[in-house]
Write a protein that binds this ligand. Structure first.
Ligand SMILES: Cc1cc2nc3c(=O)[nH]c(=O)nc-3n(C[C@H](O)[C@H](O)[C@H](O)COP(=O)(O)O)c2cc1C
Length: 247
């Protein structure tokens, strides 16, 4: 399923960012939507959101020619799935194995890549999933982009709504309580971190592909704590966006 950007006018050169994800119960989908929303903040970014469907897996092998064509022409790919039994989800793994053709032809070489995962436990062995995604991306010759935010919720004044509250840099980690539905997916800080990650990847893609100048934002841990505290007090912090039809 693809949602294409529509009706955005800008002078910036185009860059195509595709968020490709699998979600069983919808929590990971919320993260994907926020990453896409962050990427859309970047002028010239054409952003696609692709949910992998279990019905596209036959005899263990995923296939969707339209999605493969879209990925082929994407400049950046952000990949995500829930952590299930300490690993990428089965549908996402089937997608990874279906990438043997771009592996064999190096068709995805030098695209930018990032990754994200959702799970119920604070750790839940999510790091292994991000490692799987990063190894996959680098096998395909892609350039891996990590999370650029300082760690949150790691001091006495920390909070679940801090930016990067699970302190993950290889990729984006989020956590949802096992007894709550996707309307409570992650924390508000996780969702803002997801937007910032999507924006970071789209800006880096503009720099990488089109040479668009981008001044790397830097902050100290102290400034990051102040930013998290100020976001906590804002009423207009991002809400969970509506799921696109068919996603
Ligand atoms: C079969 C199965 C395995 C799971 N394994 C883990 C796990 O290893 N670590 C963890 O923290 N949560 C685990 N969970 C919880 C899911 O990661 C969590 O519910 C997540 O929010 C699901 O995302 P989704 O709604 O996008 O499918 C597991 C859930 C299921 C159903």
């Amino acid at each position: 399923m693809t949602v294409k950007d529509a009706g955005r006018e800008h002078d910036a050169p185009m860059v195509t960012v595709t968020v490709v994800y699998h979600s069983v119960h919808g929590h990971t989908r919320v993260l994907a939507e926020h990453i896409a929303a962050g990427a859309r903040l970047v002028p010239g970014a054409e952003v696609h959101l692709v949910g992998l469907r279990p019905e596209d897996v036959t005899a263990g092998r995923w296939h969707d020619a339209d999605v493969l064509e879209l990925l082929e022409r994407s400049d950046a790919m952000v990949m995500g799935c829930p952590t299930l039994m300490g690993s990428v989800s089965a549908v996402f793994k089937a997608f990874m194995e279906a990438a043997f053709t771009p592996f064999a032809t190096q068709a995805w070489k030098d695209k930018l890549a990032g990754g994200f995962t959702m799970s119920a436990s604070q750790s839940g062995d999510k790091l292994l999933v991000l490692e799987q995604l990063a190894v996959f991306a680098t096998q395909l010759g892609m350039q891996w982009i990590g999370v650029g935010d300082m760690p949150g919720n790691n001091w006495s004044g920390g909070d679940r709504d801090d930016l990067n509250r699970l302190g993950s840099w290889l990729g984006l980690m989020s956590q949802s309580h096992a007894d709550q539905g996707p309307e409570h997916a992650g924390s508000r800080g996780d969702r803002i971190t997801a937007e910032r990650y999507g924006e970071r990847i789209a800006r880096l893609a503009q720099r990488w592909v089109n040479g668009v100048p981008y001044r790397t934002p830097r902050m100290t841990e102290h400034q990051a704590r102040e930013l998290s505290a100020s976001l906590r007090q804002r009423d207009d912090a991002p809400a969970v966006p509506a799921a696109p039809a068919g996603a």
